[in-house]
Ligand binder design. Structure first.
Ligand code: 15L
Length: 260
């Protein structure tokens, strides 16, 4: 398959591009606003620039965004406007499927529970989460209006390894991230699906069944690291983190990141 990846120079993008290319033999078109080896430099908000780069692609994996809290205006830009230009370029280039990197923060104020489903109401914890929830809705519009195939991934905590108590529930390992995206680009009979992007964590808060239905079978479990993580006393921050699925993004004073 030929797959375009936006945000290819980012933390998840680098792992996913290598996994899709070297592990699964796909022809990967890496795109990013940041210059990096093997990555085409492009502003993802520029539909006209994107369209020829999407030519001949079977799917777009849209990872590009600012991965944290911003101002309201920046959130609109980095999540909604960016996703709109990607969807429009896909229409022009006749690309049938998008795998959209949403986030657990789209539903971050959902109280933590043993198995939160994909059908909970949008409950963003930040303008970041609001942007992700709104972009999920935008993708849904393109399914119903234009017949696009969409998978929205509410990604948990993508890390080399889990380092906090919350990560024991929210971790997504690099290996599982590749397995997840591979399942999403390959799944037959797609129209619109939402999937939680986490590993098979014993202490998970989210339902893995929607992912399994698409062929995502995670192999890692944060529990492997539980001994080390739980050796430290539970802190006040840990207790706050455990209240809602969005963890410390639910704090009113969550720090704001600057755009690149
Ligand atoms: C995300 O969506 C963020 O991009 C990342 O910075 C982490 O905070 C992660 O969620 C998380 O919830 O751990």
């Amino acid at each position: 398959m030929r797959i375009a990846v936006t945000g290819a120079a980012g933390q998840i993008g680098r792992v996913v591009c290598t996994g899709l290319r070297d592990g699964h033999g796909h022809d990967v078109v890496g795109l990013d606003v940041t210059r990096a080896a093997g990555v085409e430099s492009v502003d993802v908000r520029d539909t006209e620039a994107l369209t020829p780069l999407f030519a001949g692609c079977d799917s777009v994996v849209h990872l590009a965004s600012i991965a944290g809290e911003t101002t309201f205006e920046t959130a609109l830009d980095t999540h909604l406007r960016t996703t709109h230009s990607v969807l429009e370029a896909m229409r022009s280039a006749s690309v049938p499927r998008i795998v959209y990197a949403s986030s657990n923060h789209a539903v971050g104020f959902t109280p933590s529970a043993a198995s939160v489903g994909v059908d909970v109401r949008p409950r963003p914890d930040t303008f970041y989460g609001l942007g992700k929830a709104a972009a999920e809705a935008l993708c849904s519009l393109y399914v119903d209006r234009h017949g696009l195939e969409v998978v929205c991934l509410r990604i948990g905590s993508f890390r080399e390894r889990p380092t906090t108590r919350r990560h024991l529930s929210t971790w997504l390992s690099p290996g599982d991230a590749v397995r997840l995206i591979q399942a999403c680009v390959k799944a037959p009979g797609m129209d619109y699906a939402v999937v939680y992007g986490i590993s098979a964590n014993t202490r998970r808060w989210w339902d893995l069944e929607p992912g399994r239905a698409l062929g995502y079978h995670p192999e890692d479990d944060a529990e492997t690291f539980a001994g080390q993580i739980l050796a430290a006393d539970e802190s006040e921050d840990d207790r706050f983190d455990a209240r809602h699925v969005g963890g410390d993004f639910c704090r009113p004073d969550v720090p704001v990141e600057e755009p690149i």
